[in-house]
Design a binder for this molecule. Sequence first.
Ligand SMILES: Nc1nc2c(ncn2[C@@H]2O[C@H](COP(=O)(O)OP(=O)(O)OP(=O)(O)O)[C@@H](O)[C@H]2O)c(=O)[nH]1
Ligand SMILES: [Mg+2]
Length: 356
Amino acid sequence: MKTAALFVSKEFEEEAIALVEGANYKVTSIYKLPKSPNVKFYIQYDKLQQIKNDEEISTLIIFEQLKPRHFINIRRELKGKEVLDKILLLLEIFALHAGSKEAKMQIELARLKYELPIIKETYTKSKIGEQQGPLGAGTYGVESTIKFYKRRINKLMKELESIKIFKEKSIESNKRNNIPSIGIVGYTNSGKTSLFNSLTGLTQKVDTKLFTTMSPKRYAIPINNRKIMLVDTVGFIRGIPPQIVDAFFVTLSEAKYSDALILVIDSTFSENLLIETLQSSFEILREIGVSGKPILVTLNKIDKINGDLYKKLDLVEKLSKELYSPIFDVIPISALKRTNLELLRDKIYQLATQLS
Ligand SMILES: Nc1nc2c(ncn2[C@@H]2O[C@H](COP(=O)(O)OP(=O)(O)OP(=O)(O)O)[C@@H](O)[C@H]2O)c(=O)[nH]1
Ligand SMILES: [Mg+2]
């Protein structure tokens, strides 16, 4: 297993550790981010030296967004060690879980686009004699790498465009068949796939790791003799960097094309975290262009909480209605123990009836 030194602000510490572990690294040390970033290395020079000299650490992860010059300077300083920022870490996790060809292509595209400016800047520096190119082959090597990147980026963009057109057509034809589709969305690990499985009877992979689902899954179920399409999607996280929104978007766009949504919220969160989760969930939905579609909010994992259910339910209901309209309903469930699943099926049926 690879070992990582992690630099992260207190606010994101828990989430960052879960993500780093989800990418199969063992976190061996955690450092605070500097209040004012070092111009050359982002982190403090003495900390960088510590990491350089620590043979146990294979990877430096800075849970922030680095500039190309930071990558170049840190990589030069650390020689063989791997260096990831928040974006490269997320892309690595996406790549681990990506199932569909489209998701894989979207992730490769995001990575190439992110690395191209780093290579370009290395090229500029190597030209003025500051250092060798990334492949150690001088400027010629870097020039051909840049050309390769650009060709590959163009090719991926073309292929993705044709996949998108094909997908839109098939979604259109579903619409003509009058099958309403309902997207299951929410924070990663909230229980979307568990809910999808208990409603469809399928056995899609469920795990405590973040981003277990990386490709959307569609499946039509009958409720009261009516066919309804359910779509399981990739989970949200807070503060998705804009450069990788597209890699997310490949699955999140399913939410945009759905006629209505089920938003799954993890009821085991503290009240503060519930508030934050709701705010960021509706924010992300707005960012991907969801508006006007009815949303059915489910407060999941209620088998794990005791006592404060009604307080939390009240909070979620009030805040959801403040943040979005129309909220179709808010109901407590347990996807795992199948609590209130019949009620949920009824609600889904009512929702579908309202849609057509
Ligand atoms: N106790 C309890 N655990 C649940 C419930 N629903 C889901 N879980 C657990 O929560 C974890 C995450 O469940 P998933 O269904 O994989 O969550 P997800 O939202 O699909 O996660 P991603 O695909 O990673 O975005 C798993 O360990 C589930 O067993 C529930 O109602 N009660
Ligand atoms: Mg899932």
